[in-house]
Ligand binder design. Structure first.
Ligand code: NAD
Ligand code: DAO
Ligand code: ZN
Length: 367
C-alpha cells in the first residue's frame, strides 16, 4: 500500500503512561525534517503505519516511569532518535569513536517501545499506533525512552533549540566530530538545505579558508553566503561534471566535502571532488532504499576517504545540552534556519505542503 501526504490525519489518540525507563513529554514545538516526508511517502523500509511521525522537537517532561533518574517532571528536553544509554557495558557508549548506541535499536526500528508494545492508540477504537524513530513528536504528548531524552537548559527557547534534535546538529557534528575540519581547510558542501547550511556554519566557525556551496537551486546561495560560503556553484551552469569544476578551481580538490542531498550521484561527485592524498568526503544525506554508491577504487587508492555520519556523531544526552548552551552563549545562532513558523498542531499539514515548495529550511510548528 502506498502512503502519502494525503494520508496524514489529525486525530485524537490515547497516550499511555510511561513504563519503566520511559518518559512522557508534552511537545512544545516541532521542526519538520524531510525524513518525515520520506517515511510518509513510503521510501523508508522501516516505516510502519499507522504511526505518529516527527523527530525534531522541544518538549517538557510530564511524567516519568519507574526507575527514571536522569530527568524529572518539568525538565526541558530534546527527544533524540539516536539514544545514549551510558551503560558501562555498552561498548558503543563507552567508545569515543561512535554515537551509535544500539540499546533500543531493534524495537525502535519496529516502531515500538523497548518492551515491544506501543503507548499510542486511536481514541475512537483503540487501534494501536506505531512510534517513529523513537520520538513521534507530531503529537501533543509522546512517550520516549529515558535514554533518548536530552535534558537541556530550561532557559533555552524550545521553539528554537528543537532544531538541535536532528538536522542542524547533524551538519555541525559532521564538521566537528565526524571529519574534524581544521583551521585553513577547504570545504565543499553539496546541497544547501538546513543540513548543508549547518555544515557551512560549522566550517566557518572552525576557520575554513574557502567554502564552496553547491546547489542546483540558486536561491540557496544567499543564505549560504550569509553563513560563510566563499564560492557558490550551480552544477547546471557547467557542462563538465561538478567535481571536475571544483578540482579545476583548487588544483587538487577540497580537504573536506559533504553530501547533504541524499542523491547517490552527488555522493560520488563529493568524493571525487576531495583532495588527492588526504581529502575526506562525508555522506550525510539519506539515500532512497536500495540505492548504492560507486566510484573508481583508484579514487580511494589515491588517498581520498569516504565516511558517513548519523546525527553528526553527537552522543545525544551528553552533547545536545552542550550545543544548547553554545547557542545560548550567542556563539551558535540558529534563528536563520527557521524560515516558516506555524501555530497549532493542526498546521503540520500546512507546513508539510510548504516543504514541497523548496524554499523552506526549517518550518517550526508550535503546539
Ligand atoms: P533539503 O531537502 O532541505 O536540502 C537538500 C538540498 O539539496 C536542496 O537545497 C536541494 O536543492 C539540493 N540538491 C538536490 N539535488 C541536488 C544536486 N543534484 N546537486 C546539488 N544540490 C542538490 O534537506 P535537508 O533537511 O537539508 O537534509 C539533507 C539530507 O540530510 C537529507 O537527505 C536528509 O535525510 C539527511 N539527513 C541526514 C541525517 C544524518 O544523521 N545522516 C540527519 C538529518 C538529515
Ligand atoms: O543505530 O543502526 C543504527 C541506526 C542509526 C540510524 C541513523 C539514522 C541516520 C539518518 C537519520 C535521518 C535523518 C533524521
Ligand atoms: Zn549505549
Amino acid at each position: 500500500m502506498a502512503w502519502g501526504v494525503d494520508d496524514i490525519r489529525l486525530t485524537k489518540i490515547k497516550v499511555a503512561p510511561p513504563k519503566a525507563g520511559e518518559v512522557r513529554v508534552k511537545v512544545v514545538a516541532n521542526a519538520l525534517c524531510h525524513t518525515d516526508l520520506y517515511t510518509l511517502e513510503g521510501s523508508d523500509p522501516e516505516g510502519l503505519f499507522p504511526c505518529i511521525l516527527g523527530h525534531e522537537a522541544g518538549a517538557i517532561v510530564e511524567s516519568v516511569g519507574e526507575g527514571v533518574t536522569s530527568v524529572k517532571v518539568g525538565d526541558h528536553v530534546v527527544p533524540c532518535y539516536t539514544p545514549e544509554c551510558k551503560q558501562p557495558d555498552c561498548i558503543f557508549c563507552a567508545s569515543k569513536k561512535t554515537n551509535l548506541c544500539p540499546t533500543i535499536r531493534a524495537t525502535q526500528g519496529q516502531g515500538v517501545m523497548p518492551d515491544g508494545t506501543t503507548r499510542f492508540a486511536a481514541a475512537a477504537d483503540g487501534t494501536p499506533i506505531h512510534h517513529f524513530m523513537g520520538c513521534s513528536t507530531f503529537a501533543e504528548y509522546t512517550v520516549v525512552s529515558e535514554i533518548s531524552c536530552a535534558k537541556v537548559n530550561p532557559m533555552a527557547d524550545l521553539e528554537t533549540v528543537c532544531l538541535l534534535g536532528c538536522g542542524i546538529a547533524t551538519g555541525l557534528g559532521a564538521v566537528r566530530k565526524t571529519t574534524g575540519v581544521e583551521q585553513g581547510s577547504t570545504v565543499g558542501v553539496f546541497g544547501l538545505g538546513a543540513v548543508g547550511l549547518a555544515v557551512i556554519q560549522a566550517a566557518k566557525l572552525a576557520g575554513a579558508s574557502r567554502i564552496f556551496a553547491i546547489d542546483t537551486n540558486p536561491d540557496k546561495f544567499e543564505p549560504a553566503k550569509a553563513l560563510g560560503a566563499t564560492d557558490c556553484l550551480n552544477p547546471k551552469d557547467h557542462s563538465d561534471p561538478v567535481q571536475q569544476v571544483l578540482v579545476g578551481e583548487t588544483k587538487w580538490g577540497l580537504d573536506y566535502t559533504y553530501d547533504c542531498t541524499g542523491n547517490t550521484e552527488v555522493m560520488r561527485s563529493a568524493l571525487e571532488a576531495a583532495h588527492r592524498g588526504w581529502g575526506m568526503s562525508c555522506v550525510i544525506g539519506v539515500a532512497a532504499a536500495g540505492k548504492e554508491i560507486s566510484t573508481r577504487p583508484f579514487q580511494l587508492v589515491t588517498g581520498r576517504r569516504w565516511v558517513g555520519t548519523a546525527f553528526g556523531g553527537y552522543k545525544s544526552r551528553t552533547e545536545v545540552p552542550m550545543l544548547v548552551d553554545e547557542h545560548m552563549s550567542g556563539e551558535l545562532p540558529l534563528k536563520q534556519y527557521i524560515t516558516h513558523r506555524y501555530s497549532g498542531i493542526q498546521e503540520i499539514t500546512t507546513a508539510i505542503d510548504a516543504m514541497h515548495s523548496g524554499d523552506v529550511l526549517r518550518a517550526v510548528v508550535s503546539y
